[in-house]
Design a protein around this ligand. Structure first.
Ligand code: NDP
Length: 298
């Protein structure tokens, strides 16, 4: 079962799960085939299933939405309320799932060009995004009840998810194709990222693996520990055979997105997938060159 399953990551995950023989029910604001709505979950709880994955969330970087208090509330509540409702439904279920997976972000760790972070690193108090991730992850905590289910809670903190059909990459491609691509701001900010296929494979492993004990997993490529925005720009330029000489200046990004959101593009975190690798997961796309060559090929 997947909440937010109609979005970019949710659709890719559903396809992979179908291919692996699983059945998927999407929880959505909009009713439809193989879907249940929020109201239905609130009234009747969740259907019997092996795993619940929360992928719901208003798009933080939607350039068409101004960074108003109402939009900030929507960004926050679409993550926290959905996590809280699902955690409650799981705790009240007669046949609770084995896994409850929250997909959050590496924005939990404070932006820094020097500091290296793994799953054990502290965070959650640096800026709007890191506080959001802290509260989002806390909202997913299963309430203590008399019949507390033996459900493992896994928090997957993902970097920028690179894919053909959604997320940040498609909107970055057209400037490059028009010879207008270049680094964002100084280009020296860390660029933690993961290929959509690797993220979905990690989610599948987490759903299918019994007894991993839950906890935090960073979904970032191994090279993310040292990749910068400039490295990403150069690798994209090479994969597309286009120059990368037109930078997007920091002031323009701030003017377009507002200071809180501009931080997400102008700063970053050096993150390693230490515990993810220890879990036995292997990345198909461990570096930018292999990921971008795959993603831009026609
Ligand atoms: P999408 O924007 O593609 O999909 C998000 C889903 O959330 C939609 O399917 C929609 O479902 C649901 N949704 C949107 N707004 C609301 C709302 N106001 N209330 C309730 N549900 C809402 O996002 P992604 O697939 O890219 O991301 C999924 C999750 O992963 C998000 O929480 C995101 O923050 C997180 N993440 C994504 C990253 C990325 O690079 N893509 C990086 C780090 C974290 P419906 O319309 O069917 O209700």
């Amino acid at each position: 079962m997947s909440r937010g399953g109609s979005g970019f990551i949710g659709q890719s995950l559903s396809q992979l799960l179908y291919r692996r023989g699983h059945k998927v029910t999407v929880v959505s604001r909009h009713p439809g085939e193989s879907r249940i709505t929020w109201d239905e979950v609130s009234k009747r709880g969740i259907p019997a299933c092996d795993a619940v994955v929360n992928l719901a969330g208003e798009n933080v970087l939607n350039p068409f939405k101004r960074w108003t208090p109402q939009f900030k509330d929507e960004v926050t509540s679409s993550r926290i309320e959905t996590s809280r409702i699902l955690a409650l439904a799981i705790s009240q279920s007669e046949s609770p799932p084995r896994s409850w997976i929250l997909v959050t972000g590496v924005g939990y760790y404070p932006p820094s060009r020097k500091q290296e972070y793994s799953e054990e690193s502290p965070g959650g108090d640096a800026d709007f995004l890191s506080r959001l991730v802290k509260d989002w992850e806390a909202a997913g905590q299963l309430p203590i009840t008399d019949h507390n289910p033996k459900t493992q809670l896994v928090r997957i903190r993902t970097g920028v998810v690179l894919g053909r059909t959604g997320g940040a990459l498609p909107s970055m491609l057209w400037p490059f194709r028009l010879f207008l691509g270049g680094p964002v701001g100084s280009g020296q900010q860390p660029f933690p990222w993961v290929h959509i296929e690797d993220l979905c494979r990690l989610l599948c492993q987490t759903i299918e693996q019994e007894g991993s004990g839950g906890g935090i997993l960073n979904a970032v490529s191994p090279s993310s520990i040292s990749d910068t925005n400039s490295d990403f720009t150069q690798a994209l330029s090479k994969a597309l055979s286009r120059p990368a000489v037109v930078p997007a200046p920091a002031f323009a990004i701030r003017a377009l997105l507002g200071t809180d959101r501009a931080v997400m593009l102008l700063e970053g975190q050096r993150v390693s997938p230490k515990r993810t690798l220890q879990s036995g997961f292997t990345f198909l796309y461990p570096d930018l060159a292999s990921a971008l060559v795959d993603l831009v090929k026609t």
